[in-house]
Design a protein around this ligand. Structure first.
Ligand code: HGY
Ligand code: MN
Ligand code: MN
Length: 431
């Protein structure tokens, strides 16, 4: 793995991007897949991976890439790469980018800031007539959120070789449609091979999605790594029964078993025995989901996060043991689990973090270092090359995965100023 010369990279000037143009592109893209949230009156974004809305957003961004002079290619996972040539054709590209797919109740910034910021950095280099030694590529990774096909950071994990392409293609959504079929239907089953040859470095700019920067009164964060993620689906099989005629002692209530599981997860977190464990049951359904029928079946997802892999493994083992105890203690109940996603804690490259921090300094932007609570494509690309991230402050306690997600035009521009400067310094001036 060739390491970028991040200690003596030419002290290129600090690049300042066109913040208005960046903001216009963010707001324009946010209209693709937009919906009005009747309850809050807010306008959210729903661009689940490889839906028509996501495909429309992809086509819009490909148009902007081509307008910016990038050579665009699409791989068999639907990952999109826009390439700006360097003066050294043999040099590995400096890669940036993120994702365009959103959760069903998303905002305008998650993922989009990294992709549109990369394109804006390229436009700025062109406007300044700057050539770089290494090529620069802007990536759009497929299904980063994982909320449609059940595995997050999917496109980047396939590009980095952690998840096989055929496994990814076979994943299905809740209607049973496969990712492979949806790639073909939307026209994003590209001809290119999926395995990404190791970039020179990777830098991703992303809204923080948390309160830390806003609490500190800062626009910029240098990200030190990403905490571990464990996703699993749990299905509890009980027995349907009439709600009125069935005595409690004769019930095998799958809904009750699900509730006990949710309460157990919170008791694990509150025990403090698993470090900084975070547990979320974001999806919970009972079947047949009718008022006067004891649930025959309950399905829930468990999202565990932990910066410590040992604590994470122990938490997963505790949950598995509690499910076995629940099954053994409830006559007629059976429990099935299915692993959806699993990533370990990923530290980011200190050299790239240093270049980001110096770029922020050169823009007069105070910054702090922080761990990412959310998963990102960068954690997958870190397996291929020196990688780090730039966080941009979020407002309203950094709420994200929600229509209230917001960052200011100034903070976004500052983040992409730092991104553009970092990319230039990593790519080196053209010779
Ligand atoms: O789930 C996550 O952490 C990320 O937003 N995909
Ligand atoms: Mn994201
Ligand atoms: Mn997200």
């Amino acid at each position: 793995m060739t390491r970028p010369d991040t200690t003596t990279a030419p002290n290129a000037g600090a690049l300042t991007v066109n913040g208005d143009r960046l903001w216009r592109s963010l707001m324009d893209l946010a209209e693709t897949g937009a919906y009005d949230d009747g309850r809050t009156g807010l306008r959210g974004v729903n661009r689940l991976a490889l839906t028509d809305a996501d495909a429309a957003g992809r086509r819009k961004v490909i148009g902007w890439m081509e307008q910016a002079g990038l050579a665009v290619r699409v791989d068999a996972m639907g990952n999109i790469y826009g390439r700006r040539e360097g003066t050294d054709a043999s040099a590995a590209p400096v890669l940036t980018g993120s994702h365009l797919d959103s959760v069903a109740t998303g905002g305008a910034f998650d993922g989009c800031l990294g992709v549109l910021g990369g394109i804006e950095a390229v436009r700025t280099l062109d406007e300044h007539g700057i050539t770089t030694r290494h090529p620069i590529e802007v990536a759009v990774f497929t299904e980063e959120e994982g909320v449609r096909f059940g595995t997050d950071m999917l496109g980047s994990a396939v590009a980095a070789g952690r998840i096989p392409l055929d496994h990814a293609h076979a994943l299905t959504d809740r209607e049973g449609r496969t990712l492979g079929a949806e790639l073909a239907r939307t026209g994003f089953a590209g001809p290119e091979g999926v395995r990404l040859s190791p970039p020179h470095a990777y830098v991703e700019c992303h809204i923080e999605q948390g309160p830390v920067l806003a609490d500190a009164g800062l626009d910029i964060g240098v990200v030190t790594g990403v905490q571990g993620i464990s996703w699993q689906e749990i299905t509890l099989h009980g027995r349907a029964a009439h709600a009125g005629t069935t005595p409690t002692r004769l019930r095998v209530d799958a809904g009750l078993a699900a509730a006990r599981t949710v309460v157990h997860l919170r008791s694990m977190v509150d025990s403090g025995a698993y470090g900084d464990l975070r547990a979320t049951v974001g999806h919970l359904t009972v079947h047949p989901d009718l008022t006067n029928i004891v649930p025959a079946r309950a399905e829930l997802t468990v999202d565990l996060r932990n910066p410590d892999d040992t604590h994470m493994a122990r938490a997963e083992a505790d949950l598995a043991a509690s499910l076995r105890t629940l099954e053994a203690g409830t006559t007629g109940l059976t429990v099935a689990t299915r692993r959806m996603a699993r990533t370990a804690y990923v530290p980011f490259d200190e050299g790239v973090q240093h270049v980001i921090a110096r770029a922020a300094d050169d823009h007069g932007l105070e910054h702090i270092s922080l761990l990412s609570g959310a998963g990102h494509d960068a954690q997958e690309i870190a397996a291929l090359c020196p990688t780090a991230m730039i966080f941009v402050r979020g407002e309203y306690d950094g709420i994200s995965h929600n229509p209230r997600e917001y960052s200011t035009p100034e903070a976004c521009a500052h983040g992409v100023d730092v991104l553009a400067t970092t990319l230039l310094r990593l790519a080196g001036h053209g010779r």
